[in-house]
Design a protein around this ligand. Structure first.
Ligand code: SD4
Length: 326
């Protein structure tokens, strides 16, 4: 892309998740009446800079925001070093990699796959569900069967490294998600193209060492991701159970509909979790939102959430503010 800009001033944090780390800066305070510029692509977690750049490149080459978010999401899906998404994702407690993904466009078309095994690019399968079936969501063996019919290859997506780490984990088999080291880097990505159309997507291997069959928030329209072309969009990352119980992304979009800025809406989404779920302090959830003119906001339960944005060809990574301050 035109310019990748990792600003090294002010408060600099380092992404503390996974193996992929990246320098970030504090998120800016935005004037909600400004028009910061389109096209835009924005994604959870700073290491997803490549994903937002890929989304922007897809849109520059005549693609829509839907092409953008699919292309963007496919970057970590194909990257074995990203151990929370697609190929290379960490397995569940039975040693199986099971993938969740969803996608949604500006006309409320939506597609999703859950508990999908053996397919590197679940987001592309979700798009086919959206475009080629009368349904929104396919799960498990049925989702895989559909993917095969659509020409996707079934592959072993458990990498040597993920298997090695799993074998270590099995020795204690302790499942206790710890904030920011709960082994997640799920990508939730949104884009608005030159024709001002908004799309969103989310793709993940879910919480590492989850129970076999567990499905998180990421493939659930309204939980892990939601877009409304009139208003804006939101995506979630972190412990999906908290997001599912509060319909996180839908809530944030509805708050923006009522007049909150993306930042205010994300803060209220996290505060809803905090006010309703007693054990919230043990976990991390991060929300990211954009409005229709490209203002963005983010907020998390804990320190450590960050995000990547490409706005008008300039890529930046920002630290999110957070609720639980020691
Ligand atoms: C899940 N929300 O499966 C996902 C995990 C995640 O960054 O976001 N990881 O609960």
């Amino acid at each position: 892309m035109k310019r990748r800009n990792f600003i090294k001033s002010g408060a600099i944090g380092v992404a503390s998740v996974g193996v992929l780390a990246c320098e970030t800066e504090k998120a800016p305070v935005q004037n909600v009446n400004s028009k910061p510029g389109l096209p835009i692509s924005i994604a959870t977690w700073a290491p997803n800079v490549d994903a937002v750049d890929a989304a922007m490149a897809a849109m520059e080459n005549g693609g829509s925001s839907l092409d953008g978010v699919e292309k963007g999401g496919s970057v970590p899906e194909a990257n074995p070093k990203d151990m929370s998404v697609g190929y290379g994702g960490r397995p569940d407690r039975d040693g199986k990699v099971t993938l969740d993904a969803c996608i949604m466009d500006w006309e409320m078309n939506a597609g999703s796959v859950a508990f999908l095994q053996g397919i590197k690019h679940p987001l592309s399968v979700a798009r086919r569900v959206m475009e080629k079936t009368p349904h929104v969501m396919l799960a498990g063996a049925g989702a895989q069967q559909f993917a095969i019919e659509e020409g996707f290859e079934v592959e072993n997506i458990l990498t040597e490294e993920a298997e090695k780490q799993y074998k270590e984990w099995v020795k204690t088999s302790e499942y206790k998600p710890v904030a920011n080291i709960e082994l997640h880097d799920t990508i939730g990505i949104m884009a608005i193209d030159e024709s001002e159309k908004l799309a969103g997507a989310c793709t993940t291997s879910g919480m590492a060492y989850k129970m076999h069959g567990r499905v998180g928030d990421s493939p659930i329209i309204g939980a892990g991701m939601y877009v409304d072309d009139e208003i804006g969009g939101a995506v979630a990352t972190g412990v999906g159970e908290l997001v599912l119980k509060t319909c996180g992304s839908f809530l944030i979009v509805e708050l923006m509909r009522q007049g909150r800025s993306p930042q205010e809406a994300c803060e209220e989404g996290v505060k809803r979790i905090a006010s309703k779920l007693k054990d919230f302090e043990q976990f991390q959830v991060g929300f990211l939102a954009i409005d229709k003119v490209g203002n963005h906001g983010a907020y998390a339960i804990q320190k450590g959430f960050n995000y990547a944005i490409n706005q008008g060809g300039e890529t930046k990574v920002y630290d999110s503010d957070f609720l639980v301050k020691a």
